[in-house]
Design a protein around this ligand. Sequence first.
Ligand SMILES: Nc1ncnc2c1ncn2[C@@H]1O[C@H](COP(=O)(O)OP(=O)(O)OP(=O)(O)O)[C@@H](O)[C@H]1O
Ligand SMILES: O=P(O)(O)OC[C@H]1O[C@H](OP(=O)(O)OP(=O)(O)O)[C@H](O)[C@@H]1O
Ligand SMILES: [Mg+2]
Length: 286
Amino acid sequence: MGTNNNLRIGLPSKGRLSDLAGDLLKQAGLRFRRQNRSLFARVSDLPVDLIFLRTDDIPTLCAEGAIDMGITGSDLVDEAGADVSVRMPLGVGRCRLAICVPEDSPAQSGKDLAGARIATSFPNISAKHLAQYGVTPHVVNLSGSVEVMISLGIADAIVDLVETGSTLAANKLRILEEIDTYETVLIQNGKCRDTVTAERIVRRLEGVVIARDFSLLEFNIPKSALAAAEKITPGFKSPTINSLEDQEWCAVRVMVKRSEVISAMEQLESVGASAIMETEITNCRL
Ligand SMILES: Nc1ncnc2c1ncn2[C@@H]1O[C@H](COP(=O)(O)OP(=O)(O)OP(=O)(O)O)[C@@H](O)[C@H]1O
Ligand SMILES: O=P(O)(O)OC[C@H]1O[C@H](OP(=O)(O)OP(=O)(O)O)[C@H](O)[C@@H]1O
Ligand SMILES: [Mg+2]
């Protein structure tokens, strides 16, 4: 590395985002092999080097120009206050950051935390959030296992990420107030060393992220019911309509959000559609 001018992309070296990020790049056609715990990999057929880093260092290293692009959590970008642009949400790693207190705490909102000790790995976001109430907490800055700090007597409240809520339940805590929601994002710095390749990467990832979110739905529909069908499935841009041998009917192909496919099928059937089929797409260019 060092001497070449390849675009550098920082990826989480371990943890929950590591596989998500690697799978996404591979699906987008970036071929690479990470040798056993190696911190570096070259991409075949593209001027791109992958650098494996700690997820929470990626925003700062990108802002500093050590890497041109990176995949990390938007929570970590905010917390670091890193001067990078978020090119694209990647549709994975969704979570929320919340102020949590013991289940039996009398507190009703963040306003009740004046003078409280708060354990968190997000000292900046926490202080900024509480400042809007004029509350200046005593922040205990930790890098993990934050939920246990209340029972250890170190803190009265915590600010931590919540996904399913099972960690909170296991520690007899409840959400007092949600601060924000976050997800995994692609970031880029302002002085990227190869913007042409960076744009290619963005387009490729876009293709995969959109494809993961949408299915292709095909159906036949009487022309008289086409307007009703278009209301149900307007498509990503607009549906493709082909004529059939039977002049009264046509065939429609349309992209539908995966989460809405079943309900769309039911509604289409009720307005007269038949031969309704869902096809999963793995990649697309729109
Ligand atoms: N349930 C969750 N808990 C924590 N982080 C989550 C969760 N769901 C998604 N994330 C995202 O993952 C990021 C943490 O990723 P990281 O690669 O550090 O994984 P990790 O499993 O927390 O690693 P570590 O073992 O270092 O704690 C968070 O900043 C957030 O953006
Ligand atoms: O709502 P849940 O689905 O339970 O997820 C949230 C928990 O997961 C994360 O911890 P992680 O596994 O990263 O451990 P850590 O404390 O060592 O970072 C996070 O810090 C919470 O503790
Ligand atoms: Mg963690």
